[in-house]
Design a protein around this ligand. Structure first.
Ligand SMILES: *Cc1c(COP(=O)(O)O)cnc(C)c1O
Length: 385
């Protein structure tokens, strides 16, 4: 008996089956020409699916999309010029279900997803409500009459987890579409579609790219949902991924498994040692078994610092951790929540995003774990003095 090949083997499969290039060619073209009238007419009438125009489809982008569909175990995937392009195209496509559609969102969601719901969808007549991660699993009636559940597990900054199989089962019963942002775990550590989630979205700018050189997004789901996005919100809103970016993402995916393993090993070392530091009151870093279906720990974690620890001095005392937004690249980063709260411009931002001003987010990169730890330990001592 042979099971499906492991993710690492599938991701490193050469692009050509036989003789030929092992990476997909970059088809850097806006349009595709046709040989004759009949072929052009067939394409325009939808009788063939030859590439026509890069905003609609491009073979290099399609190579990335098919790798992502396979990785997440979905029927189809569609790529975008950013994670927000993927999220907005998905939510807008699903909100078309009916006028006054209802969206139930998990609390402490990525701030720009929150702004999309509040500043774009709500003014268009979409009803939006927010609920704790536990409510999606425990309240069997929460999703009655709800069209879309928009989820992150773990959530942004505070990294709370949702029991996805239970949440998905409740959603099924109520006919609610579930959408989950899987950027933190990646399919290496969590495969939400196997837990019953309908649609997975990613900021591919993070671990999927892995090299901090690309902004991109992708949606994976059923043929029906992806088809609707492909027909409407991808071409009409136009946030299409460019061919060169798609090629970079395919290159990033080749090393996703070893990168995620190294991020995990470093994070395990940090979680273990941070728990014993007097400067740190809490470590937020969900790992295997934190919730059903989560099989690993990623390199993005948050810590809460004791009163008296000077956060600007901590940040300035670090050598290897740079100050910067985003995460999931080769380089280690630190983000003090206090700054992002000021920048968000939202009233009640601490409650809305669940973030305390003592919270600091770390993205552990691919540097040597002991070098990184020595850097943080030394800076914590400076910040406590
Ligand atoms: C960064 C991020 C996004 C947005 O992705 P972009 O590629 O920056 O548009 C969405 N969700 C999460 C959890 C993120 O961290």
């Amino acid at each position: 008996m042979t099971g499906p090949l492991s993710i690492a083997t599938r991701l490193t499969k050469p692009w050509s089956d036989g003789a030929g290039p092992i990476t997909p060619p970059i088809q850097q073209t806006s349009l595709f020409a046709f040989d004759d009238y009949a072929a052009f007419e067939a394409r325009m009438m939808g009788a063939s699916d030859e590439p026509l125009y890069t905003r609609v489809q491009n073979p290099t982008v399609a190579a990335f999309e098919s790798m992502m569909a396979d990785l997440e175990g979905g029927a189809a995937a569609v790529a975008f010029a950013s994670g927000m392009g993927a999220i907005s195209a998905t939510l807008l496509a699903l909100a078309l279900a009916r006028p006054g559609a209802r969206v139930a969102c998990v609390e402490h969601v990525y701030p720009d997803a929150y702004r999309l719901l509040e500043r774009v969808l709500r003014p268009m007549g979409v009803e939006v409500s927010y609920h704790s991660p536990e409510a999606f699993a425990e309240d069997a009636e929460l999703l009655r009459g709800v069209d879309v559940a928009y989820l992150e597990s773990p959530t942004s900054m505070v990294l709370d987890v949702i029991d996805l199989p239970r949440a998905a089962a409740h959603a099924r019963r109520h006919g609610t579409m579930t959408v989950l942002d899987n950027s933190w775990a990646t399919p290496v550590h969590q495969r939400p579609i196997e837990s019953g989630i309908d649609v997975v979205v990613h900021s591919a700018s993070k671990y999927i790219s892995g090299h901090s050189d690309t902004v991109a997004g992708v949606v994976v789901g059923t043929a029906e949902v992806v088809g609707k996005i492909r027909d409407l919100t991808l071409p009409l809103l136009g946030a299409k991924l460019a061919p060169f970016e798609a090629w970079l993402l395919v290159r990033g995916l080749r090393t996703l498994v070893p990168r995620m393993r190294m991020h995990e090993a470093t994070a395990n070392l940090f979680v273990d040692r941070l728990a014993r530091r007097p400067e740190v009151t809490r470590v937020r870093s969900p790992g295997p078994n934190a919730t059903p279906g989560l099989t690993g720990r990623s390199g993005l974690l948050s810590i809460e610092l004791a009163e008296g620890i000077d956060i600007p001095r901590l940040a300035d005392g670090l050598k290897h951790f740079r100050l910067g937004v985003s995460w999931g690249g080769f380089e280690s980063l630190i983000v003090p929540a206090a700054i992002t709260l000021k920048q968000s411009g939202e009233k009640n931002a601490p409650q809305r995003f669940g973030v305390s001003p003592r919270l600091v987010r770390l993205s552990l990169g691919l540097e040597d774990a002991e070098d990184l730890w020595a850097d943080l330990a030394a800076a914590l001592e400076v910040a406590a003095a």
